[in-house]
Design a protein around this ligand. Sequence first.
Ligand SMILES: *Cc1c(COP(=O)(O)O)cnc(C)c1O
Length: 433
Amino acid sequence: MSAPAATRTTVRSEAAFAAALRVLPGGVSSPVRAFRSVGGTPRFIAAGRGAWLTDVDGHDFVDLVLSWGPLILGHAHPDVIAAITATAARGTTFGAPTELETALAERIVALIPSVEMVRFTSSGTEAVMSAVRLARAATGRNGIVKFDGCYHGHADALLAGAGSGVATLGLPDSPGVTAATVADTIVVAFNDLAALEQLFAARGESIAAVLIEPVAGNMGVVPPEPGFLDGLRSLTRRHGALLVFDEVMTGFRVHPVAAQLLYGVAPDITVLGKVIGGGLPAAAYAGPRQLMERIAPAGPVYQAGTLSGNPLAMSAGLATLDALTQPGVWESAALWAARADEMFAHHAARAGVPLRVQRVGTMLTPFFSDAPVRNYADARRTDRDAYARFFHAMLDAGIYLPPSAFEAMFTSAAHGDAELARLDEALAGAWRR
Ligand SMILES: *Cc1c(COP(=O)(O)O)cnc(C)c1O
């Protein structure tokens, strides 16, 4: 049993963090893990099982981060562990083809009608970066359009998020990213079809691709407004640009398969990651044969990876998709998310706290706002201090939320009634003074 909040100790996490800070920048291997935007010491994790995490101080938490999305079956799912273990016993990497890559690609091709061929990479960053290269090669154009607040990994050309309302030339978001690298990156506000129309009217012939998270998840969950994705599809088609859906997060999360099936809009290139690796490093970019055969060695567009299509990651992905495509499994994760959504709204209303829960499938964000959030400018206007206080109240009550107001929460098929009861109890106390 967890200790009550006031007596909870974090001594071991604190010691682990102090040691990490001496050898890892910021004490972490990826920035948001450090709790910088909510304050406090990140909890170091000892183990995960099903919907639960245990930290090094022995506290347990209902996990609503799930490694930022991949673990749609929960932690240490027996089928996934069995698949990884059996594969590992035969060797972990060969730098030569295995049948597992073909099997996972066949699975993806069977599930996503816009996809005929798949190239695997180890991270979503790599996959999106490579999709941009392919789009530029296929169109002979340089320009790429992205939306403010959408994250497509940390490739230099995509580290630009500036601009609101109207199209602006991208400005680098990080020191070390040169103005030249993002000079061909154009940033437009999410859900602003009119700005995109203007942009294409002015310089459509220079645009290679429009990249989008079809449901934005990296500014918190922001769904596309009706007609927005259709509008992107017809604009890009009319102007000879490619439409790239970055479904690294939305794939198998907003729909049993993909956002493109939920909204009935087929992109030219689909990028996948997170769930398809089942908790191991795997991602992919995928599309029609005619486009994908431009990639080396079938074609001239170079892209490679020592561990791409890694057997452990392929087996974890296959085992995950096997389990996830059983009847009712994805639906149970989505149903839990719907019940959590209602529970957030119910307790916030009782406490008189303005909260807008935005949810699609198994992804949700409670924004501290009394207005809907339809783009990044709206998201930035929400009350981040209120989120930080809420985050810590929930953490103390045994619920592990994303340590940032701008990140989606994720649910899994392992979340059930016990986890919902813990959430209810935590929310009942979250705003008590
Ligand atoms: C997580 C994410 C990425 C980056 O994937 P990594 O595996 O972290 O490199 C890219 N795009 C989207 C939409 C993501 O959510």
